[in-house]
Ligand binder design. Structure first.
Ligand code: ZN
Length: 243
């Protein structure tokens, strides 16, 4: 956080009703923005995530990451997805259903869905782990985009505008550099990838591979430049499980 305006940022964060206390620590130095000022409009559409689902998430975390917790603390990665559907309600229903995936509970979810018209829906609090990407859920915020292909999402101006604003706000709020804004398909090569089940270590989906995310990150850099937000280091890829 910028020291000179720390008090102002705190006040603005409360006014904005972000749902959690303002992030502590350091936002990259820049005098021209506040974290709260970057926050796009967000529609709160919670899926059921009560004690039972939290306990399922904690057990999942223990099995796959070695930590028995449902809490998402200090997230380091933002993951972009597309829903492979055409309505936000369809995706919301899938995530709300809490149906087993790969034979395990809890069901899949994402923190946000960005609709075709650019409406941003938030489904889950940012302090809760959501199951959206194997190997990453212990540290990643998930953003779903309604659509059936990377190109469909990249070609939708309203949806892209909202997505980039949302991602930039999350980057500033949680001090996440642009190199850790990744597509679901790219998570195979993220230095943060962690998966204790050998048979799951190379599991990944096809959404948002490198070519699509290169476009996405270029647009994100452009927006960040216009808003005076430093983006930090670009991607550094690894392949720790030899996938
Ligand atoms: Zn995905």
């Amino acid at each position: 956080m910028i020291r000179a305006v720390a008090g102002l940022v705190a006040v603005l964060s409360l006014v904005a009703g972000a749902g959690t206390p303002p992030a502590s620590g350091m936002v990259p130095d820049a005098a021209s923005f506040t974290v709260a000022g970057l926050r796009p409009p967000i529609v709160w559409k919670p899926i059921p995530f009560g004690a039972r689902r939290k306990s399922e998430m904690a057990a999942y975390s223990k099995r796959h990451y070695g930590q028995h917790t449902w809490r998402l603390q200090d997230p380091k990665v933002i993951i972009e997805h597309y829903t492979d559907g055409t309505t936000w309600q369809g995706a919301w229903n899938t995530f709300a259903a809490n149906s087993p995936h790969n034979g395990e509970l809890p069901g899949t979810c994402a923190h946000f869905i960005v609709g075709r018209d650019g409406t941003i829906y938030q489904l889950v609090h940012l302090w809760i782990r959501c199951r959206h990407a194997v190997g990453m859920n212990y540290t990643a915020i998930g953003i779903e985009h309604v659509g059936t292909s990377d190109q469909m999402v990249l070609g939708d101006a309203a949806q892209m505008h909202s997505s980039l604003r949302l991602t930039l706000w999350l980057m500033a709020r949680f001090h996440i550099n642009i190199g850790n804004v990744v597509g679901h398909n790219e998570t195979l090569y993220s230095p943060y990838r962690l998966e204790l089940y050998p048979s799951w270590q190379c599991l990944v989906h096809a959404d948002f591979p490198h070519w699509a995310m290169r476009k996405y990150r270029t647009r994100l850099r452009d927006l960040a430049g216009r808003r005076g937000v430093p983006v930090g280091k670009g991607p550094v890829w690894t392949n720790k499980y030899g996938c």
